[in-house]
Design a protein around this ligand. Structure first.
Ligand code: FES
Ligand SMILES: [Fe+2]
Length: 400
C-alpha cells in the first residue's frame, strides 16, 4: 500500500494568490467585509455549485455581516455598510429601530448608498442627497423645487432582513418555506457561545461546506491536529434526511487527544480520542457539529458559508461549550489552526465551485459529500420550477 500520506507533513508552498494572513480576518471587530480582496471569478459567467444559479440560493437566508462589525463600521453604529450576497451588492442600515437591507445602488445615478449616512430614520445618498425610507421609498430630493413631484420610480429595492445569533441575515427572494437555521447551543443555558472572526475564502460556499463535512481528510489535512494515520478509515455511517437537513453520527471520529487540556495540540503522537460527533447540515450552507465528551461536557461548532458570489464565500462561525474550565481562547485557537491547515487545500480546488460529476472521482468514504451533492441538485432543480416545488423538495425525508 502506498504510504504517501507521510508527505502531508512536509513543508510546502501554497499557490501565490493565497495569503493566509490576508484571507483570514485576524478578528478586528471593526473590519467590514474586505470585498476588495475578492478573487475575481474564473469566468464572468462562472457557475454556482453543481451548475446551479444564484437564483436558487436567493430563496435561503444568509448572514451578510456580524452585528459587531456593523455597529463598529461607521456613523454611530447605524451604518450604512455595504456588503455582498450572491453576486449582488447590498447596503445595510439601521433606520428607526430596524436594521434594513437594500440594493446598494441609488436610484438617481447608481452611487453606492454605503457611502452615505443615516439621517434620522432615513438613508441619505452622499452624491446628491436623495433620502430613502425604511421601505426604500425616496422621501426627499433636495434639488427639487417646491411643488415638484418625487418621481414614482425613485425607490430602492428592500430585502427581508433579520438579526439572529448576533448576525445580520438577509433573504433576497421570499416565497419558499425557508427559515434562519436553528442553532441549539445559542439558547442552551448550559453553554456559552464564542464568535470566531468571519473569514473570506476564494471558493464557493459548497466547497467550504464539503470541506467541513468531509471526515476522511482529517488524517491528512489535519495530521497531528485532528487525526493522523493509521486512522484513515471510517465505519459506514447512516445518513438521515429530515426536513431541510442531513444528519449523521460519526462515532469513530478520530482525533489526537491533546491530553489533560482536551483541546489544543496533541500530547503524544499515539494519543487518540474517540468522541461521538453529531453532524447536522442545514441545507444548503449551514453546518453544526456537536461533540459529546462526557455526560456534562459538550462542545458545538456552528458555521454558515455565505455565497458572496459563485466562487467566493464568507464563513460565519461560533464555538460553543459547556463550562469545563477550558477557555474560549483555547477553543478559538484550535479552530484557527484547523482553518490555517484547511485554507490552502480548499483554496486550491479546481474549479472553485463544484463542477460536474465526471470531473471528479468519488469513493464510498465520501458519502457525506455525495449525499449533500445529491440534495443540492434536487434543490436546484426544484427551485427552477418555483418556490412551491423548492419547499416540497426541502421537506422530503429519506435514509442513506
Ligand atoms: S446618485 Fe444618489 S443622489 Fe444622486
Ligand atoms: Fe478541515
Amino acid at each position: 500500500m502506498a504510504q504517501n500520506w507521510l508527505n502531508a507533513k512536509l513543508p510546502y508552498h501554497p499557490p501565490e494568490w493565497i495569503e493566509p494572513s490576508d484571507m483570514i480576518d485576524p478578528g478586528s471587530p471593526c473590519k467590514p467585509p474586505e470585498y476588495r480582496k475578492l478573487k475575481p471569478l474564473s469566468r464572468p459567467d462562472a457557475h454556482y455549485d453543481l451548475g446551479s444559479t444564484a437564483d436558487t440560493w436567493k430563496y435561503f437566508w444568509h448572514p451578510v455581516a456580524t452585528v459587531k462589525e456593523f455597529r463598529s463600521h461607521a456613523h454611530g453604529g447605524k451604518g450604512p455598510m455595504s456588503t455582498m450576497l450572491l453576486g449582488q451588492r447590498l447596503v445595510i442600515a439601521e433606520l428607526g429601530e430596524k436594521i434594513c437591507a437594500f440594493d446598494d445602488r441609488c436610484a438617481h445615478r447608481g452611487a453606492s448608498l454605503g457611502l452615505g449616512w443615516v439621517d434620522g430614520d432615513q438613508l441619505r445618498c452622499r452624491y446628491h442627497g436623495w433620502c430613502y425610507s425604511d421601505a426604500g421609498k425616496c422621501t426627499e430630493i433636495p434639488t427639487l423645487n417646491e411643488g415638484d413631484p418625487i418621481p414614482a420610480r425613485a425607490k430602492i429595492k428592500e430585502y427581508e432582513c433579520e438579526v439572529r445569533y448576533d448576525l445580520i441575515w438577509v433573504r433576497l427572494t421570499p416565497g419558499a418555506d425557508t427559515t434562519i437555521p436553528h442553532f441549539p447551543a445559542w439558547s442552551d443555558t448550559t453553554m456559552t457561545c464564542h464568535a470566531g472572526a468571519p473569514y473570506l475564502w476564494p471558493v464557493s460556499a459548497g466547497r467550504r461546506i464539503e470541506n467541513f463535512i468531509d471526515v476522511t481528510h482529517l488524517a491528512f489535512g489535519h495530521q497531528g491536529t485532528l487525526g493522523g494515520p493509521p486512522h484513515t478509515r471510517f465505519k459506514p455511517y447512516p445518513i438521515e434526511q429530515k426536513a431541510g437537513r442531513l444528519e449523521f453520527l460519526n462515532d469513530t471520529f478520530l482525533a489526537f487527544n491533546p491530553g489533560d487540556a482536551t483541546y489544543g495540540p496533541p500530547s503524544s503522537p499515539d494519543s487518540v480520542m474517540l468522541a461521538p460527533a453529531a453532524y447536522q447540515v442545514i441545507l444548503p450552507f449551514t453546518m453544526i457539529i456537536s461533540f459529546r465528551w462526557s455526560a456534562t461536557k459538550d462542545t458545538q461548532l456552528f458555521m454558515h458559508a455565505t455565497p458572496i458570489d459563485a466562487e467566493n464565500c464568507r464563513s460565519y462561525w461560533f464555538t460553543c461549550l459547556t463550562s469545563d474550565g477550558s477557555s474560549a481562547e483555547e477553543h478559538l485557537a484550535l479552530q484557527s489552526i484547523v482553518l490555517t491547515e484547511d485554507l490552502p487545500l480548499v483554496a486550491s480546488h479546481s474549479p472553485r465551485a463544484i463542477g460536474e460529476p465526471h470531473e471528479e472521482v468519488s469513493v464510498p468514504g465520501d458519502k457525506s459529500d455525495i449525499i449533500w451533492r445529491k440534495r443540492m441538485r434536487e434543490l436546484a432543480n426544484a427551485a427552477n420550477e418555483g418556490p412551491e416545488a423548492l419547499s416540497r423538495a426541502l421537506h422530503e425525508e429519506g435514509n442513506y
